[in-house]
Design a protein around this ligand. Structure first.
Ligand code: ADP
Ligand code: MN
Ligand code: MN
Ligand code: MN
Ligand code: MN
Length: 371
């Protein structure tokens, strides 16, 4: 069971009346007051936190926004005796909830001694992306996730049993085939509104499991857009009184797990006969399997161990493999890429709860920088 499922108390969470809320949200605010939601990754490296401040101008760039701080002892990021952690605004998005000139700003976290906080993996990722910028690394990440009821039981599943076996659900349509499409649709729109490079969505193999794709994004934008898309997903689902888990194997047994397939290319791979570069990259990846597995979930492989079994469209965590159109391999070359002899590769190993900054960084280190 996932940690969320274990925490299940069987209680129904309180709800409020959204129609009444709407009356207040319609109030017009005197000019030049902007609400800016500062979002950051907490000490778990998996979950997000956010708080708002009023700004007396309309920010056009994150650098115009003040550095802020928070109580790191409440987020697993500092001791109580020295608890201030700093928020450095890095990427600005339009706010799809508050609308107007209001903003969401993704932040990096820094300790009192000006060093990046332990789960601030963006800091090093950005350095690596700058060093490889001339190779124009592109990423496309496929974020799988599972919707849970407020008792943390999979959304729409019978309370005392299981739905019928997998088969009809993937890309399904119909009330008994897919559960929670309202959330998927709402989330898709919020991503487009905010300015995230979301490229699509689909219902997954396990009922109540879904996927959205972000990309292609160059360099650091991949991690930024994916983290903010995750924030928007949790926030939208909250409005529907539904939980989201990124656990890679939320339901043990004959149910697909959740991954974050990462599609990757450099300019040389996208150019004619780039297949030669793709094959070189696969050879480099084959020599660093364990290093990549360690970067592909927040517990250095322990979470992914439950998912990468060699069954349910995965490869074994213990072996490296590559193949054309083979979904049981670590690395898949899409059929179209093999035919056109140019394009990208798909690394199928990252877990759904992996940090996209760590995943994109290690790919660039291995493939572009030969480290
Ligand atoms: P799958 O067939 O594995 O389900 P998806 O359609 O879900 O693939 O996702 C493919 C992802 O690959 C998308 O996010 C897309 O933006 C990305 N992508 C497409 N071309 C490239 C490329 N040249 N380099 C990196 N990513 C790419
Ligand atoms: Mn306080
Ligand atoms: Mn996909
Ligand atoms: Mn998928
Ligand atoms: Mn895929």
């Amino acid at each position: 069971m996932s940690s969320e499922a274990k925490m299940s108390l069987g209680n129904i969470l309180p709800t409020t009346n959204k129609t009444v809320l709407d009356r207040y949200l319609r109030l017009t605010i005197p000019d030049q007051k902007t609400q800016v939601l500062y979002v950051w990754i907490d000490g778990s490296g998996e979950y997000l936190r956010a708080k708002t401040r009023t700004i007396s101008f309309v920010p056009k760039s994150p650098t115009e926004l003040p550095i802020w701080n928070f109580d790191g002892s409440s987020t697993g990021q500092a001791e109580g005796s020295n608890s201030d952690v700093y928020l450095h605004p890095v990427t600005l998005y339009k706010d799809p909830f508050r609308l107007g000139d209001n903003k969401i700003v993704l932040c990096e976290t820094y300790k009192h001694n000006k060093k990046p906080a332990d789960t601030n993996h963006r800091h090093h990722c950005l350095e690596v992306m700058k060093r490889a910028a001339d190779q124009h690394p592109w990423f496309g990440m496929e974020q799988e996730y599972t919707l849970l009821d407020t008792d943390n039981h999979p959304f729409g599943w019978p309370k005392n049993g299981f739905p019928g076996p997998q088969g009809p659900y993937y890309c399904g349509v119909g009330a008994s085939k897919v559960f929670g499409r309202d959330i998927v649709e709402a989330h898709y729109k919020t991503c487009l509104y905010a300015g995230i490079q979301i490229s699509g969505t689909n219902a997954e193999v396990m009922p109540a499991q879904w996927e959205f794709q972000v990309g292609p994004c160059e360099g650091i934008t991949m991690g930024d857009d994916l983290w903010l898309a995750r924030f928007l997903l949790h926030r939208v689902a909250e409005d529907f009184n539904v939980n989201v888990t990124l656990d890679p194997k939320p339901i043990p047994g004959d149910w697909n797990g959740a991954g974050m397939h990462t599609n990757f290319s450099t300019k040389a791979m996208r150019d004619p006969n780039g297949i030669v570069e793709i094959e070189k990259a696969i050879d480099k990846l084959s020599r660093h399997h364990i290093r990549h597995i360690k970067a592909y979930d927040p517990k250095e492989g322990k979470d992914n161990e439950r998912r990468l079994t060699g069954f349910h469209e995965t490869s074994s965590i213990h072996d490296f493999s590559a193949g054309v159109a083979n979904r049981g391999c670590s690395i898949r070359i899409p059929r179209g890429v093999a035919e056109e002899k140019q394009g990208y590769l798909e690394d199928r190993r990252p877990s759904s709860n992996a940090d996209p900054y760590l995943v994109s960084e290690v790919l660039v280190r291995t493939i572009c920088l030969n480290e």
